[in-house]
Design a protein around this ligand. Sequence first.
Ligand SMILES: C[S@@+](CC[C@H](N)C(=O)[O-])C[C@H]1O[C@@H](n2cnc3c(N)ncnc32)[C@H](O)[C@@H]1O
Length: 254
Amino acid sequence: MPAPPPESDAAIVRHRGTLVARSDTPLAEATIGRVARVARYDGSAEWYDRVNAEQAPQATRLAARLLGEGPGRLLDVGCGGGIHDRVLAENGWSVLGVDISDDQLRLARDRGVEVVEADAHELPFADGSFAAALSIFTHTDLDDFPTVVREVARILEPGGRFVYVGGHPCFVGPHSRFPAARGVPELHPGYWTVGRYTEAPGVTREGLRARVGATHLPLGLFVQAFLDAGFQLERFEEPEQRLYPYMIALRWRR
Ligand SMILES: C[S@@+](CC[C@H](N)C(=O)[O-])C[C@H]1O[C@@H](n2cnc3c(N)ncnc32)[C@H](O)[C@@H]1O
């Protein structure tokens, strides 16, 4: 007898046709279970590389500063086109990128980045085999961020650093109309929606999320994902260059 569909679970509700979990659900239950992973950036790599060019340098600088200098093996999880990795290599790191999108990895290879095509939910690396890990703008794309954070904890050596730079969950998400992250975000209901969405006030017709969809985690569940994986928080930064923060940058220690 097959398992009942997830919507029969009281903790799981439907929002705009997408399965989501209530924010008061314990994190272990808030993940929706195993789904086939899709390379949503295939066919959009060049387009994304162009639109990413504006925000990428700031994210690179933040990540490089929080990581510090190598040497050591550094895994860039969801490396995409590898736009951040040259700077990290110049800082002494031996960078390996991992991503599910062959199209994105083609750009990374063109930039001279060593890459592996794999699903970040099941990293094909041995326990404790990296000195540091990095992930930039991924929690809004990964289907099950807490699982990926646990995988990162597994492949890091004890004491290893994990730097995460991404969209600010309070102001970037289904609930926040914040085109190009300029001005003051216009907030709507939907902050507590957990999971994937394709239609919401936060999706602009011409933007990235209209192409590839997005995943949302409220701030508390986002931070809890790292704590549940055993990470200790060392830095939590909201870069101040705009009226409202659209990025957060964190350094965790295993
Ligand atoms: C917004 S892009 C960011 C890329 C890169 N980190 C950057 O900052 O330019 C998100 C990336 O996550 C990747 N991704 C999504 N799901 C993934 C998965 N299950 N495993 C590995 N990579 C994944 C996508 O293919 C995409 O390249």
